[in-house]
Design a protein around this ligand. Structure first.
Ligand code: HSE
Length: 320
């Protein structure tokens, strides 16, 4: 089997009221290089993965095994090199990128017995919610549900000119900690507020109604509860629109904060504002603009089997 590469993007989940159900894909990537051989080797590379297991207990390798388990087969042994540009524990879907990349790589090694819907279902069940794994797999903006009947989704092509600005603080926040602060129950008024705003947000994104984003992104399900864990979040949610943002939200479980912007406009004012919020709260971190990734997870075959990692080895992108 020719060695292959799997590249899965970061993602930003929730987008305000779309808690556990709405997300978009961000072009920072987790990349696996997989070479079939007689023994299994797991090789994390780069500073971001320092300290992660270099054996079969690695999360990426366990994700590869999930593909094999789904079809009741053994995973063929392989060398798996792992690299990532996605900062860990920052609310940018690093675990979803690792999970999706691993399931897709396992599926590839097995000869692709799983279709995209099955890959998504395996990933969503493992993660417990589909809002990171769906955009990581399909790219673009994805609305998805997970229930006992399966995982259902609609992928939206991002509106033209919609870009994202992310403030990525230097501190980590685990999803479990950020979920532990949420109430167990909500009132009917809160439920109606959430579902109406999430529905409006999905409709606004599908109709390129950028004027509605700020209103549609209001949320009382998770952001107010998580605000004490993310200094400056409340200010940004309230004020970012005055500094050029089309809307703002906590990215996933945080601590990254996402703002939408019009990519035809200069984002200097928004960056200056976000840096000011960090300074005021004694935080360090980075502020960056991204387009919304539309490619999702991509498998490439390395044509030059003798030197899979060599620069210049030609890669032919394929369908997942
Ligand atoms: N929807 C999830 C949350 C995303 O907000 O907890 C985190 O992975």
């Amino acid at each position: 089997m020719t060695p292959f590469t799997v590249r899965a993007p970061a993602s930003s989940a929730n987008l305000g009221p779309g808690f556990d159900s709405l997300g978009l894909s961000v072009p920072l990537f987790t990349t696996l290089r997989v070479t079939k051989q007689d023994v299994t080797e797991v090789v994390p590379l780069g500073a971001e993965l320092e300290g992660t297991p270099a054996d079969e207990s690695n999360y990426v390798y366990r994700a590869m095994l999930l593909a094999a388990r789904r079809v009741g087969r053994e995973l063929p042994p392989a060398r798996v090199e792992i690299e990532t540009e996605v900062p860990l524990a920052r609310g940018l879907g690093s675990s979803a990128a690792a999970l999706v990349a691993g399931i897709v790589a396992g599926n590839e090694l097995l000869g692709r017995p799983l279709d995209d819907e099955a890959v998504l279902d395996v990933a969503a069940r493992e993660e417990g919610h589909p809002d990171n794994v769906a955009p990581a797999l399909f790219g673009g903006i994805v609305v998805a549900t997970l229930d006992r009947l399966g995982t259902h989704y609609v992928r939206l092509e991002p509106p033209a000119h919609l870009g994202v600005t992310v403030l990525i603080p230097d501190f980590e926040l685990s999803t479990s900690k950020a979920r532990a602060v949420l109430p167990k129950e909500y009132s009917r008024a809160d439920a109606v507020h959430a579902l109406s705003h999430a529905a409006l947000l999905a409709a606004a994104l599908s109709q390129e109604r950028l004027d509605l984003l700020r209103h549609a992104m209001q949320d009382y399900i998770h952001q107010i509860w998580r605000a004490p864990l993310v200094p400056g979040l409340s200010d940004i949610l309230e004020e970012a629109h005055r500094h050029g943002a089309l809307g703002a939200a906590l990215s996933g479980a945080g601590p990254t904060v996402l703002c939408f912007h019009d990519a035809r406009e200069d984002t200097g004012r928004l960056h200056a504002y976000l840096r000011g919020v960090m300074r005021k709260n004694g935080l360090t971190g980075r502020v960056e603009d991204f387009p919304i990734d539309t490619g999702g997870t991509v498998v490439s075959r390395v044509q030059d089997a003798a030197s899979p990692s060599s620069p210049g080895a030609s890669r032919a992108p394929e369908r997942r």
